[in-house]
Ligand binder design. Structure first.
Ligand code: NAD
Length: 252
């Protein structure tokens, strides 16, 4: 079965909750060993425990992906533990929220440090291992916001950083494919997470719903098969691709 990931070694950043947690489960259920990486160790540990209860081999690691020493440490730890990295899921991302005219340099830098510098550091550190072994799958989490402006306010740094994720993915994907390393990204639409359940966000959620041909928000389960596909041999001819999963929202 070309979609199985048996004996593959994977890591997922931002794996402590939300989309990353769902990706960790999906990769593990497909057979991979999974290193769950998060800024908050307790969250990574909780997810690693969930995986262990399902019989999936997993470890929890703390790292701030925007720090080169943290990224190198997680790569070294995974190599020491499991000998290789076959699948790198670079998913950690943040979304800050101020009007463009009020966006501080701190907010701009923080967003880019996590969403783009972090991705560069992870792709480079994991990529070196993969190029060396002539095999690897890198899957980055971008966003529908890389293509369209899904809501017109307060997303300048986020939208710009996610467009950067797609171009980084395209560039690495073409540069490395002849050495066996495939680099793709997934762009979710608006995903139904606890984050958007607050009462004050409901008017905005209603507006989003009106813009989604699928007439509902994405669920993390809508995204899980995509990460397995991009991590598996079945997608070996794909690279630099932006797999958009948004219920048709970017087409409307
Ligand atoms: P989330 O906020 O629920 O989870 C993100 C996780 O990343 C958290 O556990 C957090 O601790 C961790 N994290 C934050 N900064 C980090 C850092 N510097 N180093 C390591 N870990 C860090 O987010 P989510 O909704 O699951 O989103 C995951 C990814 O999907 C992000 O890149 C986000 O931009 C993208 N995305 C989300 C949506 C959505 O609607 N939720 C839509 C499109 C794209």
């Amino acid at each position: 079965d070309r979609l199985r990931l048996d004996d593959k070694v994977a890591y997922i950043t931002g794996g402590g909750q939300g989309i990353g947690r769902a990706f960790a489960h999906a990769l593990g259920e497909a057979g991979a060993k999974v290193a769950v990486v998060d800024l908050v160790l307790a969250k990574a540990e909780a997810v690693a425990r969930e995986l262990s209860l399902k019989g999936i081999k997993s470890i929890a690691l703390a790292a701030d992906v925007s720090k080169p020493e943290d990224v190198q440490r997680i790569v070294d730890t995974i190599i020491a533990r499991w000998g290789t990295i076959d699948i790198a899921c670079n998913n950690a991302g943040i979304n800050m929220n101020s009007a463009s005219e009020d966006t501080s340099l701190e907010e701009w830098d923080k967003t880019f440090n996590v969403n783009l510098r972090g991705l560069f550091l992870c792709c480079q550190a994991a990529g070196r291992i993969m190029l060396n072994q002539g095999y690897g799958k890198i899957i980055n989490t971008a966003s529908m916001a890389s293509l369209i402006v899904p809501h017109p306010q307060k997303q300048l740094a986020y939208n710009a950083s996610k467009a950067g994720v797609v171009k980084l993915t395209q560039t690495l994907g073409t540069e490395w494919i002849d050495r066996g390393v495939k680099v793709n990204c997934i762009s979710p639409g608006i995903v139904d997470t606890p984050l958007i359940h607050s009462p004050e966000l409901q008017p905005l959620v209603q507006r989003w719903l009106a813009d989604i041909p699928a007439a509902r928000l994405a669920r993390v389960t809508d995204l899980q098969a995509a990460v397995v596909y991009l991590a598996s041999e079945a997608s070996d001819y794909m690279t630099g691709h932006n797999l958009v999963i948004e219920g048709g929202q970017s087409l409307w």
